[in-house]
Ligand binder design. Structure first.
Ligand SMILES: [Zn+2]
Length: 212
């Protein structure tokens, strides 16, 4: 796919999608956005939240980063793009739900597993993926005890659990979750079959979503 096919796609968007939803686009610009959902997912080109959920413009406030990671709350003067987007969604837009979605064959997770214990010379990736070092070590130790464990899949699941735990380190998220004005959700997208799984908060396992 080159730029030409993207611009052709824009032409189709204007003639179809925009034409049918023109009023919605006008209203969204005039009145502003009020999404109810903050959707945190991976940058990966295969797991687009809007496509998977068939969402309309204005419905999903989105953060996409490598391996759908939420770092722990930390105010240190550094540039925290993910935490800033989370803050805007929660404190300004007052979203009611935060969804963290992992996915199959995540390149960030693969990188983490392959680089564990090695010195990698890069500029940003290793440092970013350190967010999930503990989770990676945990999965590797489980794998050492049970050779049948699919480390890639187990760590993809674990990145979602980790991000949900880290969201709770933000005071203004924890308070809203406790007062039930904000709900946290863990999702996982199986790319090949287009299957969506949800994290069961009781068992902490992912279950396939049924649909009508
Ligand atoms: Zn990924």
């Amino acid at each position: 796919m080159g730029i030409k096919s993207l611009l052709d796609g824009y032409g189709r968007f204007k003639k179809n999608e925009y034409k049918h939803q023109k009023e919605l686009y006008l209203q969204l610009e005039k009145e502003g956005q009020s999404p109810k959902v903050l959707f945190i997912s991976c940058c990966d080109s295969r797991c687009d939240p809007s496509i998977i959920t068939d969402a309309s413009p204005g419905e999903l406030f989105m953060v996409r980063n490598v391996a759908n990671l939420v770092p722990k709350y930390k105010v240190d003067g550094n540039k925290h793009g993910t935490s800033a987007a989370i803050e805007f969604a929660v404190r300004n837009l007052e979203v009611e739900h935060i969804i963290v979605m992992g996915h199959a064959q995540c390149g960030g997770v693969k990188f983490l597993l392959e680089s564990a214990g090695k010195d990698i010379e890069d500029d940003f990736l290793t440092s970013w993926m350190e967010t999930a070092t503990e989770a990676c070590d945990h999965i590797i130790s489980i794998g050492n005890q049970d050779k049948k464990v699919d480390l890639q899949l187990a760590l993809e699941y674990e990145t979602v659990r980790l991000s949900l735990r880290n969201l709770m380190t933000f005071d203004w998220i924890r308070e809203r979750v406790i007062s039930n004005t904000l709900q946290l959700h863990g999702w996982y997208f199986g790319v090949a079959k287009g299957e969506l799984y949800r994290l069961d908060p009781v068992t902490s396992e992912f279950k396939l979503v049924e649909y009508e």
